[in-house]
Design a protein around this ligand. Structure first.
Ligand code: SF4
Length: 908
């Protein structure tokens, strides 16, 4: 076969310093294509030589003929090729223009492996192993996949990769049954997918006593590694069981170490199995979802010893849309090497993935994923030709068959908002991380209109004369007309009008947004500034209404929505619509619901009369670009809605978190969730901590630190104190802030003050915006401090020595001019209530408890907390913060005493 290449030359060129002179060495291993059966550098023979004036020609004479009809394999061609060329050039040869593979590029593409052993790659032997691993990985793939990969690289004329794949295809063709797929795979649209199976569970019969006995079982440690009996866990288990049985809601505050996940999972699953009812667990983070699925469910399987179905169901955007991918493969391949590599990665991944969840792919650029992920606006549901293979719909179907669904808060509220179109019906649910419930519900049950979303929808319809759903549909109809299919003339006419209308609307919308931006800037006053948020008050609304900025956009939106209706009616008039045409028209109609929603949302946001149960605000990016404009309207008090849409409809909701109660009372949580009006249906439980906080944690408040009111002096003094403290605590410190501005000031001060030490300073939004990356770097550094604001007050989980000090710089009150905070405060004051005591303080205490909880994660952890905000000792309310803590040793001391206290503590 002419396309086949005879051999692979695995080559590594090194620069060496010999007798003060930089010289080069070449090492290579030659592998005949026909003999790739047992590749190891040892039995292939490594050829290695140092280049010097006397021997270059002789060695090159040996190597160069080998390069003919070969594929050279480099690790990082960017670095190696120039070195090879400089050797060739110095001996009077032309630059290398043969075929080469770059392992650094191909490994992540073909094997989804980022662990390339890079640090050791000076060893040619290791390169051979890596090449061998990749070759084998590809050889194990079905031949259909290899052929699809060849097709992808065909279009960019990547001859080396194509040659490499052709060699593999050829070798596979020699195998018996080369074209037969494994029994767990299926071919669809020239792709190979894993078959998806849902197993039904049989009926079973277990008793609660079996379950409770489990906790008395002396062998339980053997059953569950690291399992230890905790009275708190048993108490919670019994309460959850009662709440489920008696159709009650339950609030449980269970701190770290109580084993709360098993304490709700065990009775929940028991309830599901014995009552044949579907149950749901909703977490706030995907991380906890994953942890429950991978860590706790296998434990449950060990305990129950009977089969049950568990499904993990995530947000739609996390699943691949096969239809979008197939469209891309048909239309966009060959644009660039980057695109071809991306498509190749997905093709290989497809034959391995059972879930179709993009997370498994670990793509660097989220935009790439957004283009192929499922979304409700573009999904054709049952009309889609990929429906039977669709990952999202399979996950949904799996959830339908599950005893237990593990999902997230966001999906639960999206389901409520869409009148239960997403999750299968359920009556019993556990909300873990329930302190997020108010925020999540507020976010989902409100309205958010972003410039970007509307613009994306319009561009999807019409990008330019050739691109977009409308021009593509028009082109196809024109083709049909030339073939004599005159009956589609009316559709063509509507599409034509839709194009004009989309263009009109795009222009009107951009003009309007520019004017709105101007209007916002002219009304922006200092008191409205919070993260570039400007509250849309009644006064501003009156002025805005007079300007009538939106009338043109509203008119255009109405017209486009009418045309969409006309298009839908027109296609329904055809008994048999050309299949391809119906695909094109469906692509257009996908945006109908979205456009209607925009019309409705804009009307609501800019209505002359506001709904006084809502707070409205504009968001404008830091650079004040109209492209970052966003309009928000959310309920001021979510309790009423939660009650109506959730607690009233469900038989039992279990809300659990480490921070729900304030000094043993759930009054604040009950009010905020709207449970106070149905208190007869609500149980509550606060569990003691299994940790000995008195012994494990020392809390210090320096008494001579200046007040935070004088910010400049405070920052200066606090930084000096922190630097001194770090000299005795050796880093491993998390500093918690409430604003990015103050964090930045501390960062520059500390960076300067610690410049001569070996303590690394890491800061959120300065060193990285990526929280996980920062935490990883902090964890890996021997001596580091990490400065974090909002999101770092929770979810940081570093047991042991990784984190031994926590510095709370400021008490975590929400900024009073944040629109939602301002509106809630006003509302309480209208009701003649003390907004500080009834809202600002309890919110701050709950966040403070969250922050405090970062330090002690296991029974053996020990650590120090320093609170730099002297309001905790000076103000009337300060003691509430300390009393809310789970009993650590607390010292309010002068600076000198502080050092003694800490030294003594460290030695005790
Ligand atoms: S059913 Fe929807 S999400 Fe699934 S492949 Fe089709 S369009 Fe994509």
């Amino acid at each position: 076969m002419s396309n086949l290449y005879e051999r692979y030359i695995i080559m590594y060129i090194n620069e060496l310093l010999i007798e003060d002179k930089i010289t080069k060495s070449i090492g290579y291993v030659s592998i005949e294509n026909t003999k790739i059966t047992d590749v190891s550098a040892a039995n292939l023979g490594i050829h290695e030589f140092i280049i010097d004036d006397s021997n270059t020609d002789a060695y090159l004479a040996e190597v160069l003929p080998l390069l003919d009809n070969s594929i050279v394999v480099f690790y990082s061609a960017d670095e190696q090729l120039p070195l090879l060329n400089s050797i060739l050039e110095s001996s009077g040869y032309n630059h290398f223009n043969g075929l080469y593979l770059d392992l650094r590029r191909t490994l992540p593409v073909f094997t989804n492996s980022t662990n390339t052993g890079e640090q050791h790659l000076s060893h040619l032997e290791l390169m051979v192993q890596i090449f061998w691993h990749q070759y084998n990985y590809l050889k194990e793939l079905p031949i259909l996949v290899i052929q699809k990969l060849i097709e992808v690289y065909n279009s960019i004329e990547d001859i080396a990769i194509k040659g490499y794949l052709l060699n593999i295809e050829n070798e596979k063709m020699q195998e018996l049954g080369a074209t037969t797929l494994a029994s767990d795979s299926v071919a669809f649209s020239q792709l190979v997918l894993k078959k998806k199976v849902i197993t039904e569970v049989e009926e079973h019969n277990i008793g609660l006593n079996d379950l409770l006995n489990f906790f008395q079982n002396p062998n339980r440690e053997k059953i569950l590694n690291d399992f230890e009996a905790r009275p708190q866990q048993q108490k919670m288990l019994e309460h959850v069981h009662t709440a489920l049985k008696e159709n009650k809601h339950l609030l449980v505050e269970a701190g770290t170490g109580t084993g709360k996940t098993l304490a709700y999972l065990l009775p929940l699953l028991y309830f599901s199995l014995t009552n044949e009812k579907r149950v749901v667990v909703a977490t706030n983070t995907v991380l906890l979802q994953k942890q429950i699925f991978e860590r706790d469910i296998p434990l449950l399987q060990k305990i129950y010893k009977i089969p049950f179905n568990v499904a993990i169901f995530k947000g739609r955007g996390r699943y691949l849309c096969l239809r979008k991918l197939i469209n891309q493969l048909a239309n966009d391949k060959g644009n660039s090497t980057k695109k071809s590599d991306l498509l190749a990665t997905i093709i290989v991944w497809l034959c391995k993935t059972e879930t179709g969840e993009g997370e498994e792919l670990q793509l660097k650029d989220n935009k790439d994923w957004q283009q192929i992920s499922s979304d409700s606006e573009t999904c054709l549901n049952k009309k889609c030709y990929c429906f039977s293979y669709c990952y999202y719909h399979f996950a949904k179907e799996k959830a339908n068959h599950a005893n237990l669904i593990i999902t997230n808060h966001s999906l639960v509220f999206s389901d409520i908002k869409t009148d239960h179109q997403i999750l299968p019906a359920y009556k019993h649910i556990v909300f873990d991380e329930a302190h997020h419930l108010e925020n999540e519900a507020t976010k989902h049950l409100g309205t958010r209109i972003q410039y970007h979303d509307i613009k994306q929808c319009l561009t999807y319809l019409y990008r330019d004369i050739k691109n977009g759903a409308l021009p593509k549909a028009m082109d196809y109809i024109r083709l049909l007309l030339t073939q004599g299919n005159v009956e589609y003339g009316d559709i063509l006419e509507i599409l034509n009008q839709l194009i004009k209308q989309t263009m009109e609307l795009t222009l009107a919308f951009d003009d309007c947004m520019l004017e709105v931006r101007q209007w916002i800037l002219s009304h922006q006053k200092e008191q409205y500034e919070y993260n570039e948020s400007i509250r849309f008050t009644t006064k501003l609304r009156t002025d805005f209404t007079k300007q009538d900025l939106f009338s043109n956009v509203t008119t255009q939106l109405k017209l486009i929505n009418t045309l969409m209706e006309d298009l839908e009616k027109a296609i329904h008039n055809y008994d048999e619509l050309d299949y391809q045409l119906s695909e094109y028209v469906n692509n257009v109609l996908m945006q109908k619901r979205l456009l209607q929603q925009f019309e409705k949302d804009l009307q609501f946001f800019f209505s002359k009369h506001e709904d006084d149960k809502y707070v409205y605000w504009f968001e404008i990016g830091s650079n004040h670009s109209y492209k970052k404009l966003c309009f928000n309207a959310v309920p001021i008090y979510i309790g009423e809605i939660l009650n109506e849409k959730l607690f009233d409809k469900k038989s039992s909701c279990i809300l659990t978190s480490a921070t729900l109660a304030i000094r043993g009372s759930f009054k604040y949580a009950m009010k905020k969730f709207g449970l106070d009006v149905i208190s007869e249906r609500v149980m509550s439980l606060e569990l003691d901590s299994p940790f000995d906080y008195k012994e494990q944690c020392l809390v210090c408040i320096p008494t001579n630190i200046p007040s935070i009111k004088d910010e400049g002096v405070f920052i200066n003094n606090a930084c000096k104190l922190i630097i001194k403290l770090l000299s005795i605590t050796d880093g491993k410190t998390l500093l918690l802030f409430t604003s990015n501005r103050m964090l930045a000031s501390f960062h520059s001060n500390l960076k300067q003050g610690l410049a001569t030490t070996d303590i690394k300073v890491l800061a959120q939004n300065i060193d990285s915006n990526n929280r996980s990356k920062l935490l990883e770097e902090f964890f890996e550094s021997k001596k580091a401090i990490l400065l974090g604001s909002n999101s770092f007050w929770e979810g940081v989980d570093m047991p042991g020595d990784a984190l031994t000090n926590l510095f709370i710089i400021k008490l975590p009150f929400w900024p009073p001019n944040m629109p939602i905070v301002e509106a809630r405060t006003e509302q309480l004051e209208k009701e003649q209530k003390n907004s500080f005591m009834e809202y600002a303080l309890p919110e701050a205490i709950i966040r403070f408890k969250q922050g405090f909880g970062r330090l002690i994660r296991t029974k053996t952890d020990r650590g120090i907390v320093v609170i730099f905000d002297r309001r905790v000792i000076d103000s009337k309310y300060g003691s509430f913060f300390i009393k809310a803590l789970p009993g650590p040793t607390v010292r309010a001391v002068s600076e000198n005493e502080l050092f003694n206290e800490i030294s003594e503590w460290n030695q005790s």
